[in-house]
Design a protein. Sequence first.
Lengths: 86, 602
Amino acid sequence: MKYEMTPQEKRLARTAWAVGLLVLLVIVLVDLGVHHHAHFEQDGLTFDTLPEFYPIFGFGSAFTLIIVAKTLAIALKRKDTFYADD
Amino acid sequence: MQMTDFPPALILLSGALLIPAAKGRLRWALAFALPVLALADAWQVITVGAESHVAFLNMTLNPVHVHPATPVFATVFAIMVLGGVLYAFNQKREHELPAACVYAGGALGVLFCGDLVSMFIFWEVMTLGSTVLIWSGRREDSQGAGLRYFGMHAFGGVLLLMGIIIVINQRIHAGDADPLAFRHFDEMVQGWSTLGWDSAGMWLILIGMLVNAGAPPFSSWIPDSYPQGSASGTVILSAFTTKTAVFTLMTAFAGVEVVIYFGLYMAIYGVVYGILENDIRRLLSYSLVNQVGFMLVGIGLGTHLAIDGAAGHAFAHIIYKALLFMATGSVLWATGRTKMNQLGGLYRTMPITMWCLIIGGLSISGFPLTSGFTSKSMVVQAITDEAARMAALGQSHNHLIVTWILFEAATAGVFIDACVKLTWFVFFQKDSGLRPPEVPWNMRAAMIGFAGICVFLGIFPGPLYAILPYQGEAAEYAKVVYSVDHLTLMLGMLLFAGLSFFVLLPLLKRTESITLDLDWIWRRFIPKFWHDVVTPLLEGLDRAHKTLLEWIPARFTEDPSLPPSVRRRLPGSWAVSVPVLLITVMLLTYLLIYFWLLPTTT
């Protein structure tokens, strides 16, 4: 059964999305002004001091993990009654 | 025995006898009083640094001993029981409270064990209590899951016992003054890569502990069994088995490098399987494996800061994990459902549960202002510190760079899993038409209390840092935990991980499915193999055997010159001979192990 959102709920959802995107924008702007220290400086690795490294890293790693999971699911997904059917 | 060396575990264990005998208010008064008394006793023992010596068989056991990590674990265990009892206050399952007392009592017992034998005894007490707790969940698969859980832990327990016996024997032969002692296996750190018979005992103990921690290939027992508890039972279940394993690994195997890799596998595995999971409490079980993985990385590193991080994270984890299981338990209690595809839109009527779940989810992800932020980041710091130290010594440390990257990726992953995904599919997503009322006051109070602890420790980590194994390191770390660098780093990483969830949302549509795991081998493949291959083979052999046995006596029974007693001889049967064969093989294996493992010098 489908339920429709009331106009009030629709407004609330739109506001929530807007606030969320605004927060992301603020994070991007703030990150430009912050210098992150290099975690492995002694090895000459400074990739983590690049501007916007952490937002990109966070987005990229979560994205990759979801894709990896969905790829695994092609082979390993079963109905949740799989073992109960014995 | 004085009050200062009374094992705190016995106070909780006594609940198993007292609570069933009590009725009504007294029953609950006892349930609330016992963890408080146990905590008071634990701290008395810790302050005095008491030891206790009890003669048992031919040995002197020491069930009261304070390890460096005992204070932090004992404190959180007691808080956990108290919160769990409050949350369970309105439930009527008769076996659940006594079982919880046995379970938590066993766990508390392990924390105070000075010797390997009493550790093993408490270890098994814990298994018994938790199995009953799963059974009393009375959900669809509680019985089967409880049995599988018991089998898994009996298996781990046997490995542990074998290891303990071998280690004690080796110590006696080496002239050790205290052969029973439960202490760090320094030998293993010196040469863990030597996989010889000399270290077999330690390896068996390590594997036995890793089984309880949910390490591969046995991680699946956690999502298999914990979601089968009742709403309140699972809250208790989530706290003790894996964290007791973390404690024992920390005490005996800190700095054993191989533990890092087990931890990394678990951290990634928990996220990947969690992404695919549809059941809210199975999802939390996967993220539990992920979090224990983070602790194992700290234990494998073994530096003071890493151990502090792992212990502090265990404290924070027990609280927010219980909070998450309380919130999902409330959803189960209110709607009778745990599948995300059947939920949605609950924000309208269950706002308190929703905010508590969000706070738990933010804590598990290490979001600023929550306990995960101040505890887990110590392990991250320890990884980079250790890399710098090894670099200064000119040692290869590329594995630590990889560890850092995977650790942070798994942190981003668990945020989309246990925080964004859970909140979205349960409380928003679509309107499922469900309008359940908010849960009773005691469940709300327990959730709000634990959410309060999560936020408090996120803002004022001082009291937690003060009871860690090596407080000095943590106090030093407290100065940088809220640097602008660290704060913006985590915010950027987590929030943009959250964005990727919504970008890929069409891929994440919920279906009623599970993801096969390695337990397929012993739940499906081996039974099928036995049924389809081994049984026909045995039956074929049986027929051949019978034909042979019938043919030979037939030669005699038809021979009138033989006495009737010989002629009446019946053919043999596999019903007896297969078990006899199996037992013989088992005894032979045991004999071989016994001869090879034990030093020959006396």
